[in-house]
Design a protein around this ligand. Structure first.
Ligand code: NAD
Length: 256
């Protein structure tokens, strides 16, 4: 699969799943634009090893104006976005009665509203070129719920609904929009949840195994590279009629 000539913007690509997907797309020849916080130089190096220095924009995706600035950067420096991977996301675990309101607002803004903003700003260019791939990293929590994750589950169900709407609005074009719904992937976002169990007294191995055993029948983590391979397939001509799908890769989680 050759993505030479295509520009891919992956939000939240300085870490975890986003970085894994960015690397797979870069390996296939795409020019990458990275986004996210933390060790930006390490992420750039991880992508640059496949041949091209990636672009980077540090937009905070909870801020609509910064998202608009990132999309202007993509248009002016790279001629627009052909492949948009809406990946950035955060988590907070707490019962609904005590869920901090500022965490609710941040999760809805970053995990859901940013997908609306990047997409609405990327679509005119995709329509002009009559080609585009919008890949939204939802979650199994876009399909089923877990307790104490109200904002995350609401946002991810919202992402799945938004994905279907965008797929219908672009159905007669060369643009497709789909969602990936990962189960547990061992990234900083999930390590935080393992660390919480360790802080409550579980030994590290037990905490990790218990997390998997509760939900993921394979008892193995999904990897960012595996998600990258699925994203790469969605970029192919073979996937041109895959539209509005919420595709789980979850070790059997939602089969139960
Ligand atoms: P991660 O914490 O490793 O990475 C999150 C990325 O988002 C980082 O690059 C971070 O800098 C960026 N980010 C966070 N807040 C941001 C903001 N306000 N503006 C811009 N960037 C921001 O997490 P991950 O596990 O790789 O998660 C990536 C996506 O996959 C998320 O949408 C998450 O909900 C989803 N997901 C993860 C899992 C899992 O098990 N790890 C499962 C299903 C879905």
């Amino acid at each position: 699969m050759n993505l030479t000539g295509k520009t891919a913007l992956v939000t939240g690509s300085t870490s975890g799943i986003g970085l894994g997907i960015a690397q797979v797309l870069a390996q296939a020849g795409a020019t990458l634009i990275l986004n996210g916080f933390g060790d930006v130089e390490a992420a750039k190096d991880a992508v640059a090893q496949y041949g091209k220095t990636p672009g980077y924009h540090g937009a905070d995706l909870s801020d609509e104006a910064q998202i608009a600035d990132m999309m202007r950067y993509a248009a002016s420096e790279f001629g627009g976005v052909d492949i948009l991977v809406n990946n950035a996301g955060i988590q907070h675990v707490s019962p609904v009665e005590t869920f901090p309101v500022e965490k609710w607002n941040a999760i809805i803004a970053i995990n859901l509203s940013s997908v609306f903003h990047t997409t609405r700003l990327a679509l005119p260019g995709m329509r002009a070129r009559n080609w585009g791939r919008i890949i939204n990293i939802a979650s199994v929590h876009g399909l089923v719920a877990s307790k104490e994750k109200s904002a995350y589950v609401a946002a991810k169900h919202g992402v799945v609904g938004l994905t279907k709407t965008i797929a219908l609005e672009t159905a007669q074009t060369g643009i497709t929009c789909n969602a990936l719904c990962p189960g547990w992937v061992l990234t900083p976002l999930v390590q935080q949840q393992i660390d919480k169990r360790i802080a409550e007294g579980a030994p590290p191995d037990v905490a990790r195994d218990a997390l998997l055993a509760e939900k993921q029948p394979s008892r193995e983590f999904v990897t960012p590279e595996q998600l990258g391979e699925l994203a790469l397939f969605l970029c192919s001509d073979g996937a041109a009629q895959v539209r509005g799908v919420a595709w789980n890769m979850d070790g059997g989680w939602v089969a139960q």
